[in-house]
Design a binder for this molecule. Structure first.
Ligand code: SF4
Ligand code: SF4
Length: 320
């Protein structure tokens, strides 16, 4: 496959919730199942799926793309992305910003010759036409062991009507296709973050995140430079205990920092997380502050009550 062959396009990262579920072939596939498909500059629909499409970016997509373009994350976000909510949750994320002033709203990276960031193309661009369902997604990073999770996975074909790739002769197993597309690596890099989103989704929209939690989620998932400063230049390390070995790794290594950020998000959004503990003295301090706030509120209510009684000329209970 050449750098300019924009293979597989997909409308969702998550393997389900397709915009048009009727495009999903009703057959469960395994890694050994076969599919006939190829995408190359010779197909009549070449680059059609790089137009008018919502490509949601994962933290790893942002990291690889901003490195590819040699830009700081905030510049990349500003120039190439648009804000979205992830998977019908209240979690903020970003999608590629399509060129609205051009015909058919192309992706900013598509040219008639194909994708200009092909080897660093986002995860969503790699999945089509093979989707994956994982029924352990909702359990989060702490759910079940890996073998059990693998047993719950299956694959399926998504077939868009306009896609001529299915008329090509090339045959693959699902495993071969995924390897060729670099999907296995992406799955590994994205899985903890996707589980956070799916876990949040399982709560429904009744439980809403505070604005502060949304800002924290957005910053941590989109801008690792910012997150690194947050870890090393704020009171973060006074609040959390983190192994020295981990600290050493995340100082320089962006992928390690990203994986650590998923632990932080899991801890901040859903509670205790392995390898990241809030310091006991900080928990105690917080409890004391809450207790004091409550005591002050009770005192204030009593004073208000007394004032009302006095204003009405009523007797105030001396026990109060
Ligand atoms: S990033 Fe590349 S493969 Fe993905 S939509 Fe844009 S041009 Fe197409
Ligand atoms: S529609 Fe199908 S064959 Fe055409 S460019 Fe997209 S993935 Fe390739």
């Amino acid at each position: 496959m050449s750098e300019n062959d924009p293979l597989a396009k997909e409308k969702t990262l998550f393997g389900k919730g397709m915009e048009n579920p009727s495009n999903i072939m009703p057959k469960k596939l395994t890694l050994e199942s076969h599919l006939k498909f190829e995408c190359h500059p010779g197909v009549s629909c070449f680059t059609a799926c790089c137009h008018g499409i919502k490509i949601v970016l994962t933290p790893y997509d942002i990291l690889t793309l901003k490195n590819r373009l040699n830009m700081p994350a905030h510049e990349f976000l500003n120039e190439y992305t648009t804000p979205v909510y992830l998977e019908k949750t209240d979690m903020p994320g970003v999608a590629l910003k399509l060129s609205e002033d051009k015909k058919d709203n192309p992706c900013p990276f598509v040219t008639p010759e194909g994708c200009t960031v092909y080897t660093d193309r986002p995860s969503a661009c790699r999945y089509y036409p093979v989707g994956m369902a994982d029924f352990h997604e909702g359990q989060g990073s702490m759910g079940g062991d890996t073998d059990q999770q693998d047993e719950e996975k299956f694959f399926f074909i998504v077939k868009e009507d306009h896609c001529k790739g299915f008329e090509e002769a090339k045959e693959w197993t699902v495993a071969e296709w995924r390897k060729d597309q670099g999907v296995d690596v992406r799955d590994e890099m994205n899985k903890e973050w996707l589980r956070l989103v799916m876990r949040r989704k399982s709560f429904g929209l009744q439980a809403t995140l505070s604005d502060q939690a949304k800002r924290m989620f957005f910053m941590t998932s989109t801008d690792l430079d910012h997150f690194r400063r947050f870890v090393f230049e704020s009171t973060f390390l006074e609040t959390y205990t983190v192994d020295d070995a981990i600290l050493e790794k995340i100082k320089e290594d962006d992928v390690e920092l990203m994986l650590f950020s998923f632990k932080y998000l899991a801890s901040a959004l859903f509670g205790a997380e392995k390898g990241l503990n809030i310091r006991e003295d900080k928990v105690q301090e917080r409890v004391e502050v809450i207790k004091k706030d409550q005591a002050d509120t009770v005192k204030q209510s009593i004073e208000d009550y007394k004032d009302i009684k006095k204003a009405r000329g009523e007797e105030v209970d001396p026990e109060l």
